[in-house]
Design a protein around this ligand. Structure first.
Ligand code: FES
Length: 163
């Protein structure tokens, strides 16, 4: 699993939609393809997408906002997902969360600030190796504050390289 880096895809919004319109493709499948390419669902593709799928703009917008997976704005350069479910909580995830907020200067679940996003998730399937987290889609287990600092700074440095 890798992080969806915002790209600058070529073409008009109509062309960008057309690229992902496969025969019998569902709206969800096309939205996934657009987000995989761009990192989010740009507002300017909603009209062409609605038209191509014989839906209203409101219907397309409703699907985008209903599914937490879809983003309406570019993702942060570094996205941290911290598991705060039971097994991880028993291994100190709340203290780790406080450390992460202090280290990054960001708050969990409140959007980008300014280039990092901290998200709470519930179980990453690593309960025996808790606390668990992802950084830009890469999974890490048995995370300590020191390990987080190292991984976070490496992710920031690698995001710099992409700019
Ligand atoms: S509870 Fe955290 S990975 Fe399962």
């Amino acid at each position: 699993m890798s992080h969806n880096t915002p790209n600058q895809p070529a073409g008009t919004p109509e062309e960008r939609v057309a690229r992902h319109l496969k025969k019998d493709a569902s709206l969800l499948a096309v939205l996934h393809a657009i987000q995989d390419e761009t990192g989010y669902i740009p507002a300017d593709v909603i009209g062409p997408l609605a038209q191509a799928m014989s839906l209203s703009r409101a219907e397309v917008h409703g699907v985008i906002t209903y599914y937490h997976h879809f983003r309406s704005e570019p993702p942060a350069r570094v996205t941290v997902q911290l598991c705060r479910a039971e097994a991880c909580r028993s291994m100190g995830t709340e203290a780790l969360a406080a450390h992460i907020e202090g280290h990054t200067g960001c708050k969990f679940d409140s959007g980008h600030q300014p280039d990092t996003e901290l998200e709470t998730v519930y179980c990453l399937g690593q309960c025996a190796l808790s606390p668990a987290m992802t950084i830009n889609g890469e999974l890490y287990a048995r995370v300590t504050p020191q390990k987080f600092d190292r991984l976070y700074e490496a992710a920031r440095a690698s995001a710099e390289d992409l700019v």
